[in-house]
Design a protein around this ligand. Structure first.
Ligand code: KG4
Ligand code: ZN
Length: 335
């Protein structure tokens, strides 16, 4: 059974994973190591690209050794090496990409450059080595995408954000509320004791006939509320109302996309899909509409290398590889 090693270094997580799989059989994640830089960037309130790339280069080699040790394999056992080739920060992508190409070169094995978004997109199916036709919602810090998936590599974009991504909106609102970076998990925590109906924020574009999203108006509405209330506002109520608005928009548009496309299976992925209230809202809406829901396992929602290894495994099993002189693409689109 093919054994793949993949590196993810598109932003502020250095990650290495080793997976083994065969068509029709469950994929085994033998190792999924992550060295998070969140603490490092928190002081600056966001990701500092130079700090990120320096730390990728410092942490990558020990992380590869750790992954091999956890998987109980050696470099010579690996059948193909993969790395995220975009989208992401150029200086960060280069570190993981160059390392994976180097290992492929030394071991005389194929290299695969993987789209980070394809990693997220396929992550709900990581234990199957098989991807059925479905409707995918990717909600991360950089992207909000509705994709109709026929199978691996066959994607049609149905909608995307016209301004901020859902995770970006969580992070920016978190900053306004003076919560630590990244705002997403902090808003979720604060929202637990808040009233989601306390503030009636606009559900931008929810009723529009297209399947695009917009979150910048919501962000501004939160800012105006903060200014109007001049420090007297309940942070839990504001967090809960903001979170509920994002959830209503995501659930509403996704269910409409399912109805229009005729897809009966919905797959949720990306960092924001960690949000428990969002998962519950999707669970509820999908069971009411008679749709099947698959959500990325919690370990594979935020950035990780197992999802990159899985996407690479499917391509490898399909006989694909990338040339060693293939460049990184910081703005690489999925479709
Ligand atoms: O997928 P990801 O790790 O990185 C990108 O590819 O962007 O997603 C990170 C995003 C951040 O914006 C973060 O705030 C958000 O996912 N996030 C959450 C939660 N956990 C992470 N947003 C809402 N609720 C959460 N529990
Ligand atoms: Zn990501």
């Amino acid at each position: 059974m093919p054994l793949l090693l993949a590196i993810e270094s598109s932003c502020d997580e250095t990650a290495v994973a080793i997976v083994r799989g065969q068509t029709g059989q469950a994929t085994e994640v033998l190792a999924s190591e992550i060295s998070s830089q969140i603490e490092l960037h928190r002081v600056y309130g966001g990701v500092v690209p130079e700090l990120a790339s320096r730390n990728h280069s410092l942490r990558l080699q020990p992380l590869v050794e750790q992954a091999l040790a956890h998987a109980g394999v050696t470099m010579a056992d690996i059948d193909a090496f993969a790395a995220t080739s975009g989208p992401g920060l150029a200086s960060s992508l280069l570190i993981g990409n160059t390392a994976a190409k180097g290992m492929a070169c030394v071991c005389n094995k194929p290299f695969l450059g993987i789209n980070h978004l394809e990693g997220h997109l396929l992550s709900p199916f990581i234990d199957r080595t098989q991807v059925p036709p479905h409707l995918a919602l990717i909600v991360s810090g950089g992207h909000t995408l509705l994709i109709e998936v026929e199978g691996p590599g066959s994607y049609t974009k149905l909608g995307g954000t016209r301004d901020d991504a859902a995770g970006e909106a969580f992070d920016k609102v978190g900053k306004m509320l003076e919560l630590p970076y990244p705002g997403g998990p902090e808003i979720e925590k604060a929202a637990r004791s808040g009233n989601p109906q306390a503030f009636d924020f606009p559900r931008s574009m929810l009723q529009d006939p297209h399947l695009d999203f917009s979150f910048s108006g919501l962000k501004t509405a939160v800012l105006y509320t903060l200014q109007r209330e001049q420090g007297k506002v309940s942070i839990p109520d504001l967090a809960a109302s903001f979170q509920q608005t994002v959830i209503d928009i995501l659930v509403g548009k996704t269910l409409r996309a399912a109805e229009e496309s005729g897809q009966r299976l919905i797959a949720l992925s990306g960092g924001v899909s960690m949000n428990r209230a969002l998962r519950e809202a999707f669970n509820h809406a999908c069971s009411k509409a008679g749709l099947e829901l698959v959500v990325s396992p919690p370990d594979f929602c935020t950035d990780n290398a197992a999802m990159i290894a899985f996407a690479a495994l499917l391509r490898h099993l399909n006989g694909e590889s990338s040339p060693l002189n293939e460049d990184i693409h910081p703005n690489l689109p999925l479709v």
